[in-house]
Design a protein around this ligand. Sequence first.
Ligand code: PLP
Length: 350
Amino acid sequence: MNPLRPSIANMAGYVPGFQPPDIASWIKLNTNENPYPPSPKVKEAILAELGDDAALLRTYPSASSEKLREAAAALYGFDPSWIIMANGSDEVLNNLIRACAGEGEEIAYVHPSYSYYATLAEIQGAKVRTFGLTDDFRIADFPERYSGRLFFLTTPNSPLGFAFPLSYVEELATRCDGLLVVDEAYADFNDCNALDLVRRYPNVVITRTLSKSYALAGMRLGLAIARPEIVAALDKIRDHYNLDRLAQAACVAALQDQDYFKKRRDQVVATRKFFVTELQSLGYTVLESAGNFVFASPPDRNGRRVYDGLYARKILVRHFSDPLLAHGLRISIGTREEMEQTLGALREIG
Ligand SMILES: *Cc1c(COP(=O)(O)O)cnc(C)c1O
């Protein structure tokens, strides 16, 4: 007897962006990481938690991540009962599907966006539906009423970088019978967000991550903001010690150092503007981006050729073989120097 569930045996599994073992010798612009280190307070908090002999590591961390929820609640203007912390926002996306979509029930998301939603749904045996985009970046053929259990909306969108207007997100909330999960992994780089919709619509959930804007991808920290009933349900099904002690210390320190956070975010946004202008002067078509990356196509619309040219120069960007995306590249915004080197390489590649 094959011990595996057929759906697990047959699924392909998600392929994350490549993390080269000799990471320091690359200009790494493929997974939208932050080019700057996290706040210096993060290191201080981790060292303080470790102490001289790491004795605290003998003991379990806070199961409720109470201090983190208080810090996030203060920052976003909610009661802590509306916040759940996660081991990366991927964990809370998974738990939203586990909580809401049973075998054979439907979830949906926009293609192109974050295809990991599909993998998570497949694990549950849920059905997956995708909606395409119109030329003006609205959802194609979205029904007057969508009756699936969950609809995932990535805004700002990755890999394309555009953000849906808030009025449109609100309209979608009114058209969803189930939850509208607004994946705001990149919202910190945009000038608006959907936090207010969580207060006003019982079916809106927001997910955030500290991986990108807080430069903490390596600590695995994310969160969701939702009605207390939904938070309570998610709380029941997560691993009870989902965040380790060092991650908890890092999270509070990072969220509380807003001066540092804003300084770095503004640097990334300024570098993005510089990079877009320079790319356009090389003849690239660049979509307007509200994230810490851009989606750009070379004049010959051969993304793979440019990917290979950059790879040969130890510059790693993201190329998607999907026919909707193969003409371009998703390029994360690094430091100003890294982007200047990348532009130099693009000039050589032609
Ligand atoms: C990076 C990313 C995530 C995952 O964030 P983690 O907190 O690192 O798990 C989720 N959604 C989108 C759209 C992302 O780009």
